[in-house]
Design a protein. Structure first.
Length: 503
């Protein structure tokens, strides 16, 4: 009886939150003409977004036509920015604005499906891992090129798999997702991308619901729903990151509804799709040791249960992860763009590491790793010890963690920005522009692959610019904190006490 009552109460609360979608509007103050204008402008901008999205994957040899790809994405970004400004500044009063935003977002993703995967072949590996599982084989046991899997090879999926000689890298919840999509419609790349686009539509709904729960206008979901990065990486490339995004939002809703076990389960599941999702953990803690203990229990239990079906290969469940760390230059430091720039600056200025550090085997890579860990660890401790004043601080702190990790780790793949992008609708004024810049320029990273000579300027624009903006945000935040601290310390205790009693 209790087991059925708890979900009913939780869904009842969700229904109450959903009814708030109309409470922040002011329909009586707006005429029918204004509502019609809002819908017309959004429809026209959305049509432009869908058309430019449709043209992008239909470019013949997109890598060879990188300038045209860049132009189309810039046009798409222009429609997105115009629509976002219209929604945020004008605050449409019509109740049809949100359904229109969701409809346009889904259409923009589905028209991408009509073209082939334009920039990534990862989804072929998703289908392959699912096919292996349907034949009762542990996906971590054999690499696609292994002779034990010869009977599973075909002419449609197998030739397009990347890294055939290595084992899969995708964690257990990602494998569950591959399998769930595959059993509905096997061996279909288009179905896989369509299914993930539908998942992304659910993500948009979860964002709108969370915004309403926090007292924000749900139309701010347009900052994610119409963003070119989400449209391209999910509609065209079909990246499984969208499942991690959905599960992160489940964890966020659990945190907002004070259900720490749900929060732990959601974050663990998101982490077992994309490992770096765990960076949001400090923002989801409450500071109450009982609740945080339940959170940790839900996280650990989910992680253990998810790995159990694949433990027949022992430590092989980590798959290609160690090889990926080497391949991406994480161990050698070649992955870190900012480290490379600091090294160039040091050589130009004649700076070198002290010989005492070099003699002890400490390199600049070790120092940068220490800086990354110290920065993320310091932010984690500060967030954990400083309870949020308002519930809206929870997603904003998670965004700060993801954005900092993104800028410091400088991944070469644009879709790594999706976990930060999904929290953009919750951003305050400090993080809004920085996140918009980092996510909006991330598609330029493809040009480093496609243009001859692997130019470095895309990295300079994306991560150099993002680092400068994030530094400015940090300075702004620090100065604001100092100013407010001085203001409150300047108030006499007697005055502060009387004002608090009046409150």
């Amino acid at each position: 009886m209790i087991g059925t009552t708890v979900p009913k109460l939780w869904f009842a609360r969700l229904r109450q939150d959903w009814t708030r979608l109309d409470t922040n509007r002011h329909p009586a103050a707006h005429s029918t003409r204004r509502e019609a204008l809002d819908l017309a402008v959004l429809a026209l901008l959305g049509l432009g977004l869908v058309i430019s999205a449709f043209l992008t994957p239909h470019l013949h040899s997109i890598a060879a036509r990188a300038p045209l790809f860049t132009l189309l994405e810039a046009i798409q970004f222009g429609f997105f920015i115009a629509a976002a400004i219209w929604v945020i500044r004008r605050r449409p009063a019509t109740r049809y604005a949100l359904p229109l935003i969701v409809l346009i977002a889904l259409a923009a993703r589905l028209v991408m499906v009509t073209g082939g995967p334009a920039a990534s072949s990862d989804l072929y590996r998703y289908v392959w891992d699912a096919r292996v599982q349907t034949h009762g084989i542990n996906p971590y046991r054999y690499a696609p090129q292994d002779q034990a899997l010869v009977g599973l090879r075909d002419a449609a999926i197998y030739p397009s798999i990347n890294r055939k000689p290595v084992h899969t890298i995708y964690p257990p919840v990602a494998q569950f997702s591959f399998l769930a999509i595959y059993v509905i419609h096997p061996d279909s790349i288009d179905w896989l991308r369509s299914a993930l686009s539908l998942v992304d539509t659910g993500v948009i709904g979860l964002i709108a619901l969370a915004l309403a729960r926090l007292g924000e206008r749900p139309e701010r979901v347009i900052l994610y729903a119409w963003h070119p990065l989400a449209i391209f990486e999910i509609g065209s490339s079909g990246h499984i990151d969208v499942v991690a995004v959905a599960l992160l939002l489940v964890a966020l809703h659990g945190r907002l509804s004070r259900r720490p076990i749900v929060t732990g389960i959601g974050l663990a599941a998101a982490t077992l799709v994309k490992y770096y999702a765990v960076a949001a953990a400090p923002a989801l803690l409450t500071g109450n040791w009982r609740r945080d203990l339940k959170f940790a229990g839900g996280f650990l239990a989910t992680s253990v249960l998810a790995y159990i079906p694949y433990l027949s290969v022992g430590w092989g469940v980590v798959g290609f992860l160690p090889g990926y760390v080497k391949e991406e230059g994480i161990a050698s430091g070649g992955r870190f763009y900012l480290l490379e720039q600091v090294e160039h600056l040091g050589n130009w200025l004649g700076w070198h590491l002290p010989s005492a550090l070099i003699n002890h085997g400490i390199s600049d890579v070790h120092l940068f790793d220490l800086l990354l860990v110290a920065t993320m660890g310091g932010m984690a401790v500060w967030i954990w010890r400083r309870s949020e004043r308002f519930p809206r601080d929870v997603p904003r702190r998670a965004l700060a963690l993801y954005l900092t990790l993104l800028v410091l780790s400088t991944p070469t793949y644009p879709w790594y920005a999706l976990l930060a992008l999904v929290l953009l609708p919750f951003a305050g004024k400090r993080l809004l522009l920085a996140t918009l810049f980092a996510s909006g320029t991330s598609l330029l990273l493809y040009l480093q692959w496609w243009w001859r000579g692997s130019p470095q300027w895309p990295l300079a624009v994306v991560y150099g610019g993002s680092a400068l903006m994030l530094t400015a945000v940090s300075v702004w935040f620090g100065l604001s904190a100092i100013r407010w601290k001085r203001l409150f310390t300047a108030i006499p205790k007697r005055v502060a006490l009387s004002s608090s009693q009046e409150a």
